[in-house]
Write a protein that binds this ligand. Structure first.
Ligand SMILES: O=C(O)CCC(=O)C(=O)O
Ligand SMILES: [Fe+2]
Length: 355
C-alpha cells in the first residue's frame, strides 16, 4: 500500500469533487496519511520558514533555553535535545512549540476550568540573530489555519456529512512545532535512531506536516492497518496530512488517529520538520458528538487497526474525562512532567497516576 496524494484544488472543484472524495475517504479510513498537493499556500511563506530553521537551531543553547518550555504553563517554548521520551525511548530531537498568540484568560479569571490555562501567549526569543522570526512564524500559522479549515471541510464532506459539521468544534488555539533531528552517532542501518517514537498526535483534529529538508532525507513512517511500517519521504510541493486523536473520537473510531514515527538512518545530517496541529475546542464533550457517532455507526465503514496501533493511549475515548480540554491537559502534563510539577501542582499526582 502506498500513501495517496490528494490535489486540494481538484477536491474543491465541482467537476472533480466526486472522485476526490472517494480518494480522501480511502486515505482517511484505510491509510491514515496523505500528501496534499496544490494546497495554494504562498511559496514564499513556506520558503521563508524553511530557510530560517538551520540558523534558529544553531543559536547558542543558553539563547534557546531562554524560552524553555518549563517556563510556560501553556506548554509553549523550547525543549532541548533528548528531553522527550516516546514509547520509553529517548527521542533524538529538539523543538520549539508555538501557537497563535492568545491571552492567558485563566490567570485573569480563576473561575474558568483549569484546562483553559493551556491557552496563552508564545515566548518569543529576544534576539535579532534570526531576522523576521516572529513575522515568518505568524504568517505561516495564519496560512495553515486557513488551509486546515479548507481541508477539514473537504474531508467532512468525503465522510458524507455537510461540510461545516466539524468547523464549530475547532479553535481557538492551533499549535506549531519547529523540529530538528540528528541521528545518534552510534546509529546503524540495523539499529536506526529514534527521532520520535511511535505515537498518535494528541493535540488536534488534523496535522499538516512540512518536511523541511532535502527530499533525500527520509525518516517519517506510518503504521499500516496490517502493522507494517511504510516510508513517507518528503515530496516537494506537498504537505503530509494525518489525523489526530480528536478525529478518531469524532468519527467514533472510523478514522483512526494515525500511528507514526521518525526513524533516522545513520549518517551525518540534519532533518527539519514543521508539524501544525489544528486546535480542538477545549470544552468539547462526548455529548456534543452523539449525533455524529450515529452517522458513523450507520456507515459500516472499515474500522480495522493493527494491534500496535490499538495499544496507543487515547484518554478522551476511554471515557475518563468529560471534556477534550481536560484529557489534553492530562496528556501534556504526562509528557512534560517538569511543566506539570511547576505549573499544575494541584492536579499533577492525579494525572500521573491514573492509568
Ligand atoms: O518530524 C516529523 O516528520 C513528524 C513529527 C511528529 O510526528 C510529531 O512531532 O508529532
Ligand atoms: Fe506526530
Amino acid at each position: 500500500m502506498s500513501v495517496p496524494t490528494i490535489d486540494l484544488r481538484k477536491a474543491e472543484e465541482p467537476s472533480s469533487r466526486g472522485q476526490s472524495q472517494e480518494d480522501i475517504r480511502h486515505a482517511l479510513i484505510d491509510v491514515g496519511f496523505l500528501y496534499l498537493s496544490n494546497h495554494g499556500i504562498d511559496e514564499a511563506i513556506i520558503q521563508d520558514l524553511v530557510n530560517i530553521l538551520p540558523d534558529l537551531f544553531a543559536l547558542p543553547e543558553n539563547v534557546k533555553e531562554s524560552v524553555a518550555l518549563v517556563q510556560s504553563p501553556h506548554f509553549l517554548g523550547y525543549s532541548k535535545f533528548g528531553a522527550e521520551i516516546t514509547a520509553r525511548v529517548q527521542d533524538q530531537r529538539e523543538q520549539f512549540e508555538l501557537a497563535n498568540d492568545l491571552p492567558d484568560k485563566r490567570s485573569l479569571n480563576p473561575a474558568l476550568p483549569l484546562y483553559t490555562r493551556l491557552q496563552g501567549p508564545n515566548q518569543w526569543l529576544q534576539t535579532d540573530a534570526v531576522p523576521r522570526f516572529r513575522e515568518i512564524v505568524e504568517s505561516y500559522i495564519t496560512a495553515l489555519q486557513d488551509l486546515a479549515l479548507r481541508f477539514l471541510r473537504v474531508a467532512t464532506e468525503a465522510l458524507d456529512l455537510p461540510p461545516d459539521s466539524l468547523v464549530g468544534f475547532t479553535g481557538p488555539q492551533d499549535r506549531l512545532k519547529l523540529v530538528h533531528y540528528r541521528p545518534s552517532p552510534d546509529a546503524t542501518f540495523d539499529a536506526q535512531s529514534q527521532g520520535v517514537g511511535p505515537h498518535k498526535d494528541s493535540s488536534g483534529w488534523m496535522t499538516f506536516l512540512l518536511q523541511a529538508s532535502d527530499p533525500t532525507i527520509k525518516g517519517l513512517q506510518v503504521l499500516s492497518k496490517d502493522g507494517a511500517w511504510l516510508d513517507v519521504p518528503p515530496v516537494p510541493g506537498t504537505l503530509v496530512v494525518n489525523m489526530g486523536q480528536a478525529f478518531e473520537v469524532v468519527t467514533n473510531g472510523v478514522c483512526k488517529a494515525t500511528t507514526h514515527r521518525v526513524l533516522l538512518p545513520p549518517g551525518d545530517y540534519d532533518r527539519y520538520s514543521v508539524p501544525f496541529f489544528q486546535g480542538v475546542k477545549p470544552d468539547l464533550t462526548k455529548q456534543d458528538l452523539k449525533t455524529l457517532w450515529e452517522h458513523f455507526d450507520n456507515k459500516r465503514w472499515n474500522t480495522r487497526e493493527s494491534e500496535e496501533g490499538q495499544r496507543i493511549d487515547s484518554p478522551f475515548l476511554r471515557a475518563k474525562y468529560d471534556t477534550w480540554g481536560e484529557a489534553q491537559l492530562r496528556t501534556k502534563i504526562r509528557s512534560h512532567r517538569d511543566v506539570g510539577k511547576r505549573h499544575y501542582a494541584q492536579v499533577f499526582e492525579k494525572y500521573i497516576s491514573d492509568d
